[in-house]
Design a protein around this ligand. Structure first.
Ligand code: BV8
Length: 228
């Protein structure tokens, strides 16, 4: 059985990474248009840099939770028949042991050079304009997909949805496209669809089955079922 698992901020919530839309979420703290658009970056690069620099620094103080670890356990048994497509820009899937992970919206621990398009693993701050390791220019930006930008790896995602037997959506509100539309594509391709989320998402009615509760409980239970 080939599985595609889409994950969102909800899978990292129990690790202490704030989600975007819950009461104390990141978007609550920052107006969306203030930080996650190319226009915002052009207008006030330091505000945007500080927003991502703070989240990159915070990675050092969070750990993968039982949901991340369960998906890594499933990959260990399932191999190439499991693909994790994450909207998250944290590295908790990788730190839990997952290796087949697509970051649809980029990664905090990566910097993208606007001058030479070079990408570089990045740990520290980007504010202050450190030189690009490849070309030396001061054109580095967070390697994340902002609103209005094209998500990464879309061809690979749709290829995986096309051959999936099961599409499971974990910890996402179904508020942002194109990820929010993956369930419809999966259904059109004939896959079964399962939602695991704290509460019904905006797209919950599109799923054949939906279970609601914390990912730290639902995902290990589901993986135990799959591994039988
Ligand atoms: C694009 C990276 C073209 C940066 C992010 C009008 C209508 C429809 C669409 C649009 C429109 N106007 C504009 C658009 C397009 C736009 C869009 O969808 N806007 C929305 C707001 C309407 N999309 C784009 O611009 C995208 N690009 O469309 O390009 C294109 C399209 C296709 C093909 C080619 C070209 C780019 C969007 C990417 C933006 N970048 N993040 C960063 O991280 O700062 S978005 C960001 O929010 C996340 O990455 C994520 O994708 C998104 C949603 O967040 P979630 O992960 O779902 O988190 P959220 O807080 O919303 O929900 C958490 C869920 O977890 C909740 O349901 C909660 O109940 C649950 N939960 C909480 N705790 C737990 C839990 N579940 C389980 N256990 C728990 N413990």
């Amino acid at each position: 059985m080939r599985i595609v698992a889409l994950t969102g901020a909800g899978i990292s919530a129990e690790s202490g990474v704030p989600t975007f839309r819950d009461a104390d979420g990141l978007w609550e703290g920052h107006r969306v248009e203030d930080v996650a658009t190319p226009e915002a970056f052009e207008r006030q690069p330091d505000v945007v840099h500080r927003f991502y620099d703070a989240r990159r620094a915070a990675l050092a103080s969070v750990e993968p939770n039982a949901a991340h670890l369960a998906l890594a356990r499933l990959e260990e048994a399932w191999g190439d028949d499991l693909l994790v497509v994450t909207q998250n820009i944290d590295d908790l899937h990788e730190r839990a042991g997952s290796s087949r992970v697509l970051h649809l919206h980029g990664e905090l621990r990566s910097a993208l050079c606007r001058a030479c398009a070079g990408r570089h693993a990045w740990e520290g701050d980007l504010v202050g304009g450190p030189p690009c390791p490849s070309c030396g220019s001061r054109g580095l930006r967070p390697d994340v997909v902002w609103f209005g930008e094209v998500p990464y790896e879309m061809d690979r995602v749709f290829g995986a949805l096309d051959s999936a037997d099961l599409f499971v959506s974990i910890g996402t509100s179904g508020a942002v496209y194109p990820a929010a539309g993956f369930v419809l594509a999966a259904r059109a391709y004939g896959a079964r669809t399962l939602e695991l989320n704290l509460v019904p998402s905006e797209g919950s009615h599109h799923f054949h089955e939906a279970r609601h509760g914390p990912a730290g409980e639902l995902v290990p239970e589901w993986v135990d079922e799959v591994l039988g």
